[in-house]
Design a protein around this ligand. Structure first.
Ligand SMILES: Nc1ncnc2c1ncn2[C@@H]1O[C@H](COP(=O)(O)OP(=O)(O)O)[C@@H](O)[C@H]1O
Ligand SMILES: Nc1ccn([C@@H]2O[C@H](COP(=O)(O)O)[C@@H](O)[C@H]2O)c(=O)n1
Ligand SMILES: [Mg+2]
Length: 470
């Protein structure tokens, strides 16, 4: 897990957005596998788990959250609809998933298909894992459950195949007679599939025809999970490395700013948006860190509202400062000011030649910098040599290592190793971990010379975009 932080503290604050942000960062990748009954969800999950053999994976079945039947319902079990969303205790499922996603162990009931009860067998203790898989016919039905999934898979198998498998499974494994199975199918299973399960197929990121037989689809899914876990590995080595939770919105911004064909105007617009997001995450961290040190970041503040009522709120912490590494780091200043109004910003200029030969040319820092938490701004962490120069200067000026947060957009693993090994107490906040460096020590896939693209000093000769007054 990459992120730490006290959510208890934040629940007192009024900044809902920040609270959500911290919650998101705490979570683990969760895969949802849905599809009709007997479509082959279980073999798909088993194959994914088998191929991720070196990772800790936990499988949760929606079946475990079937409600116990009452004595009256038991007498008329053939009239009970097990394929309706109301048959499941979704609140209990949500609580269990939230706990697992936040790294806590949880007891999952074991459902007994013969007695229709979930308390016949002892519950299964499930420990937190690197990946969580939730499997079940209706896991994409409730938006709250659906939204917990970072990847949604729908196993798409023809109705006749599902029925044939169901007959065999229910007669052999569950000891039911064939007429009961067929009655249940036509009365409940088929209508519920059409009304509740099939309509959730549109939420899937991946649709797998032929279930467990589709090895190509399973290989691709496993590869995707491995890529996601790659970032986690670096975070596991360095607990002070914070990679912000990736969403499609963030991936979309990255796609735009990394594209060499993107116009300067769009580059600046989307780079600013992304920096703002990372900035908010970073500011939260600084505040959490301060809280941890016992210096409350907020003081209580009462204001009078226009209805003459008293509103008790909080006043922001004022002991933060930014330090930008000229020139690319300056592109991050506006976003930082947007997150932290009135923040002081110092500057450092480091001359760079190749992968080393860094030389400090200029510095102008607030006089009281040693009393502040410093957000060091540089959009790209490559070799780590400039960062080491900048951090060394801050430490020389009396800033405690643990009060420095290095804020960037992309980090090469090489740079992460260099910085984190030399300064184990500083924090790095980044939005993506790169593949590496090329022979010229440039980050790959990277986004080119950030400063040139942002300030328009690359060769591209685009006309300035006129400012239209509102
Ligand atoms: N690709 C397959 N080929 C043959 N039988 C299969 C295949 N996939 C699943 N089955 C069988 O069909 C039955 C139902 O499959 P199951 O995996 O339990 O479905 P689900 O988990 O989607 O309810 C099981 O008895 C299983 O062994
Ligand atoms: N007591 C029960 C509970 C559920 N079912 C059927 O199980 C199906 C869901 O499980 P899958 O592993 O197939 O996804 C569903 O179609 C229910 O009708 C049951 O028969 N008896
Ligand atoms: Mg199953």
């Amino acid at each position: 897990m990459c992120f730490v932080g006290s959510t208890t503290y934040w629940s007192k604050a009024v900044y809902t957005f920040e609270v959500q942000f911290i919650e998101l960062r705490l979570s683990r990748p969760a895969l949802g596998v849905a599809g009709g009954a007997a479509s082959g969800k279980t073999p798909v999950c088993d194959l994914i788990i088998e191929q991720l053999h070196d990772q800790r994976v936990v499988l949760v079945n929606q079946d475990s959250f079937y409600y116990n039947l009452t004595a009256e319902e038991l007498t008329k079990v053939h009239e009970y609809n097990f394929d309706h969303p109301d048959a499941f205790n979704t609140e209990q499922l949500l609580r269990a998933m939230e706990k697992l996603k936040h790294g806590q162990a949880v007891d999952i009931p074991k459902y007994d298909f013969k007695s229709y009860k979930n308390d016949v067998f002892p519950a299964r203790r499930v420990n937190p894992s690197d990946v969580i898989i939730l499997e079940g016919i209706l896991i994409f039905h409730d938006p709250r459950v659906r939204d917990l999934m970072s990847m949604k898979i729908f196993v798409d198998t023809d109705a006749d195949v599902r029925l044939a498998r169901r007959i065999r499974r229910d007669t052999v494994q569950k000891g039911r007679d064939i007429n009961t199975v067929l009655d249940q199918y036509s009365k409940f299973v088929k209508p519920a599939f059409d009304d509740f399960i099939l309509p959730t197929k549109k939420y899937a990121d991946v649709i797998i025809p032929r279930g467990g037989d589709n090895h190509v689809a399973i290989d691709l899914i496993v590869q995707h999970i491995r890529t996601k876990l790659g970032q986690h590995d670096l975070c596991k080595i360095y607990p002070n490395l914070y990679v912000i939770h990736s969403t499609f919105q963030i991936r979309g911004m990255h796609t735009l700013i990394r594209d060499s064909q993107t116009t300067k105007h769009d580059f600046v617009f989307y780079a600013d948006r992304l920096i703002r997001l990372v900035g908010i995450c970073c500011r939260d961290m600084a505040l959490v860190v301060e809280h941890g040190l016992g210096h409350l970041p907020f003081t209580e503040k009462q204001v009078i509202t226009p209805t003459d009522s008293v509103y008790t709120g909080v006043d922001f912490c004022k002991r933060l400062c930014g330090v930008s590494v000229i020139r690319s780091g300056e592109s991050m200043e506006n976003a930082l000011r947007a997150c932290c109004k009135g923040i002081k910003i110092g500057k450092i200029l480091i001359h760079r030649e190749g992968d080393n030969g860094q030389e400090l040319i200029y510095e102008k820092l607030p006089n009281d910098i040693s009393d502040r938490h410093v957000l060091l701004l540089d959009p790209i962490l490559g070799t780590g040599n400039s960062a080491v120069q900048a951090i060394s200067l801050l430490i020389k000026k009396g800033v405690p290592e643990s009060n420095i947060i290095f804020l960037n957009l992309i980090s090469a693993p090489q740079g992460v190793h260099v910085v984190c090994k030399r300064f184990p107490r500083i924090k790095i906040v980044t939005s993506e971990i790169e593949v590496g460096l090329n022979k010229d020590f440039r980050v790959i896939p990277g986004m080119g010379e950030f400063g040139d693209r942002y300030f328009g000093t690359d060769d591209d000769d685009q006309p300035p975009v006129p400012v239209v007054p509102h």
